[in-house]
Design a protein around this ligand. Sequence first.
Ligand code: ATP
Ligand code: MG
Ligand code: MG
Length: 551
Amino acid sequence: TPAKPLDFIREIVAQDLKSGKHDGRVQTRFPPEPNGYLHIGHAKAICLNFGIAKEFGGRCNLRFDDTNPTKEETEYVDSIKEDVRWLGFEWDEEHYASDYFEQLYEWAEALIQKGLAYVDSGSLDEIRAQRGTVNEPGTPSPFRERSVEENLDLFRRMRAGEFPNGAHVLRAKIDMAAGNMNLRDPIMYRILHTHHHRTGDKWCLYPIYDWAHGQSDSIEKITHSICTLEFEIHRPLYEWYIEHLDIFPSRQYEFARLNLTYMVMSKRKLLELVQAKLVEGWDDPRMPTIAGLRRRGYTPESLRNFCHTIGVTKYPGTTDISVLENSLRDDLNRRAERRMAVLDPIKVVITNYPEGTSEELEAVNHPQDESFGTRTIPFGREIYIEREDFMEDPPKKFFRLSPGKEVRMRYAYFIKCEEVIKNDQGEITEIHCTYDPETKGGNAPDGRKVKATLHWVSVADAVDAEVRLYDHLFEVENPNDVPEGGDFKDHLNPNSLQLLEHAKLEPQLSSAQEGERFQFERMGYFCCDRTSTTERPVFNRAVTLRDTWAK
Ligand code: ATP
Ligand code: MG
Ligand code: MG
C-alpha cells in the first residue's frame, strides 16, 4: 500500500506516543454488538483499530458488546470472529462486556454510595418527558432525592429479581439542566428478565450501552477508544463516569462512519432483509456484509485496500459504491486466472472442420503475468459462442459475428459466418461457419485483419453451469431516504439478480473450488459459489470488467 499522510486519529496516536502518554502504550479494541453479521462499515472500523495497533506496536482486543440480551446470539459471535480473521486480523484478547457485569454492578453501587445514582420508579414515558427539550431544561424526577440507603436497598432487590420488567431503573444523578441531553440523569440499568447468550439467567438487570461501554474500555485499559461520530455527543457522559469512578482514563475519538451509495448499512435493516427473505441470507452476494462480499468474490486485500483508499475523517459523507468495486477489479485483475465461459450460449457449427476430430489449443492463464503459465483447451467442429456476439442483421458498428463476416476465435482460428439455421418459430438455433486452418493461433499468413475476437467453448467438452449476475441491491442512490409512510425496502432493485442456468464453461472449470476466482474473458470476474458441485458448477459474478455505471 502506498504511503499516505497520517489521518487525524493516527496523528493523535503518534502525538500521544511522542509525549509519553500511557507510557508509550497503544491499546485499541473493536467492539461489535453480536446482533448481526459484520458489514463493510465494520471493516472500516476493524482496519482502523487493528491497523493502528499493528502500525504503532500496540494491541487490539476484540470485545463483544453483549449488553442487550434480547437481540444477541452465539451465531453472530462466531460469524464475527470468522470475518475479522478472514479480513486478516488477529486480536490480542477476546472479551465480552457481559464478563464485566459484576464489576459494573459494584461500580453502580459505588456511585449510589456517593449520591451520584438513584433508583427511579417512574415509567419510561415519564422519564422521557422529564428530559425536556434542547431549549428547555428537564424536570427532576420525583425519585431523584431518594436516600442512599433506600437506593441501595432497591437496587439490590432489583438484582435479586424481586421486580418485574419496567418497575425501576437506575439513573445517574448528573444535571437535569445540562445543555447536553445525555447528561440529564441518563439511565444506567433496566430490569429485563431475559436469558443472555453467555450469562444465562444469572442477571435480570442489564446495563445500558453508555454505562457499559466506557467502563469496559477502562477495565481493558484502552488508550484510544475509537468510535463513529454519533457518539461524539455521548463523550461528556463517557468522561463523567470515568472521572467519578476514578478509574483508568480511556479516551474516546470519533470518526465518520462509512456509507455507500445504493446500499443500506444498518444491521437492523440488513436483518429485516434476511428475515423477510428478500435476500438469500446474511451471506447473499448482494449484501454489504463481509460474508456476502466474500461469497461474491471479494478478497480480504481488496477490502483492506478499499478502507485505505477512503481514509478516515471527521466529515460525514457517502462513498460511491464504484470505489469499492474498483478496489476488487484492481485486485482480481492481478490475481485471477483467465478462463473462457459462455453465459448465454448459441451453437456454431464449423462445416469444413473434419468430422469426428478435435484438437487441444494452448491458452495463457494471465496475459500480463507469465508466471501464471498456460493451459490447453479443446477445440472441435461445434463450439458455443455468446448469443449477443451474433447479429443476423447488424447495425454498421457491430464488428462481431454476422452473415458473411469473419472474426477471430480466441486462441483458435478465424471463422466466417456462412448460414443461419432457424427453427419453425424463426428462432436461430445454429450458426454455420467455415474456418481458415491457416489462421491457427489467431493470425492470418496473408495479413488480413478481423475486428473482433470472441470467446467460445467446445460443445463436446463444455461443462454445464449456473451463473449468477448481480446488480445493485437497491435502485436508488440513497435507499435510506424514504418518503413519509414509505420504507427502505420499497427501493429494492427487482433486477438485482439475473440467473443464467445454461452457461457453458471450458472443462478445466469443473474442478473449481468454493471461493476460487477467475476472470471469464470479456464477461467479468467470477467466484465459485458454496453451492457449486463438480457435476454442476455455480459461479457468482463478483464484478464486471469495467465500471458500467460510470457513463
Ligand atoms: P449498525 O448501525 O450497523 O447496527 P453499530 O454501530 O450498531 O452498527 P456495532 O456492532 O456496535 O454496530 O459496531 C461495532 C463497531 O463498528 C463500532 O465501533 C462502530 O462504531 C463501528 N461501525 C459500525 N458501523 C460502521 C460504519 N458504517 N462505518 C464505520 N464504522 C462502523
Ligand atoms: Mg453499536
Ligand atoms: Mg446498531
